[in-house]
Design a protein around this ligand. Sequence first.
Ligand code: UD1
Ligand code: CA
Length: 461
Amino acid sequence: MRQNFIALILAAGKGTRFKSEKIKVLHPLLGKSMLRFVVDCIFRLNPANIYVVVGYQKEEVKKETFSKKVEFVVQKERLGTAHAVLAAREILQKQQEKDVLVMNGDLVLLRAEMLMPMLKLHQKEDNSLTFLSAELENPRSFGRIIRGESNLIKIVEEKDATPSQRCIKESNVGVYLFKIKDLLEALPKISNKNKKGEYYLTDIIEIMSREKKKIGTYKTPESSEVIGINDRNELARAIEILRRRKIKSLAESGVTIYDPASTWIDLDVKIGRDTTIYPSVIVEGKSVIGKQCKIYPFSHVVDSKIGDRVNILTSTMIEKSIIKDDSRVGPFTHLRSKSVLMRGTKVGNFVEMKNTVFGRNSKAGHFSYLGDSEIEEDVNIGAGTITCNYDGQKKNKTVIEAGAFIGSGTELVAPVKVGREAYIGAGSTITKDVSREALAVARSKQVERPGWARRKRKKTD
Ligand code: UD1
Ligand code: CA
């Protein structure tokens, strides 16, 4: 591909139809913002530079971590797509011998492969302008392409279209490749005399056409990918397409997904071969799941790394945590951030963990809270054990060394350490360190008064 083109992404508009506090292009689809889709697509075309026109919430948009290759141009007021291009006038003036690819920031489903033939056509025909069109069954908010006599061509926006123009299916996708010189010449001729009172970039087509500039269109055969996300219904439609696409590609790579309809897997998620995903599972963010795992229903995994042959049982929530190979977690377990389960661990019903390393082959089967702890290998945590990690001011650490046995219903008042292979008697409140191989019992002695209940009954009779 010829290297002498730059790219300009229009992303300054608020997205009024979204009815959101947040700028439209930062709304995510399966964990990835709209704008990132567009930037990624453009990247693959390898332009010399990428500029993003920002305006509304520009600081937030700039914070999206793009590569250094992306630069920003500010459109101070939002007066339409032509006005957005004008915001980059200085940049364009400096590179007049090049072409510029202008793309709307909400064309999430377009892929680089769909744009390449348009770029080729532009070069081959040496056009002043080539733009992407599509034959849409239901063009909704898309501008219609009107072809007149003697090659006259123009775009009419839905709002400004006559009923018969609205019946036209050939639509303007919102991607244009201009010779910069011709673009700069025609831009100032655009007026804002239309229903919206905006400067429409699309008007440039009629202007250039009347001036007999060479204009080409490339009609994409993949019209189902042409969705401009203008409102939340279109967002949902695009998400559904991407969601199905992700599930399909995972299935093709050897993952069993029992019920695609109820499964949500973010785009960046990786899953290994022979892993089975049961219905109603959600896996988000940058999660990685290994091979031969089973993820049972209603489990929710966020930004976590799960090894091989791990079983995540029903209704388990895992956030920003790591689970190593051959472990079993759930049902109803909650791993909060920074929990690390080493190999072969078993963590079960109603166990909550946070910022805890749980050693190899250790077990916590039932009703526990383990926070800010370092638990070594082969430790048994009895039912109902909790770490009292917070003293009202700061979080304190609990250390349990290898092979220790924590009896049921134990409270470990941190900071505290239980030595290697020590035993804690059930129901203890441990406030002092326990030496290795010791037995610690910290509960009041049981007393018994024989016949007490009988005597009580007699008194009240
Ligand atoms: C635009 C086209 C329409 C095309 C459709 C498909 C115009 C006038 N119409 O309509 O023909 O079929 O896209 O994609 O161009 N923006 C700015 N600054 C502004 C206004 C908009 O940067 O002042 C940005 C928006 O953030 C958005 C893009 O330009 O990313 C397109 O704006 P949008 O309002 O979505 O245009 P459409 O009405 O969809
Ligand atoms: Ca749009």
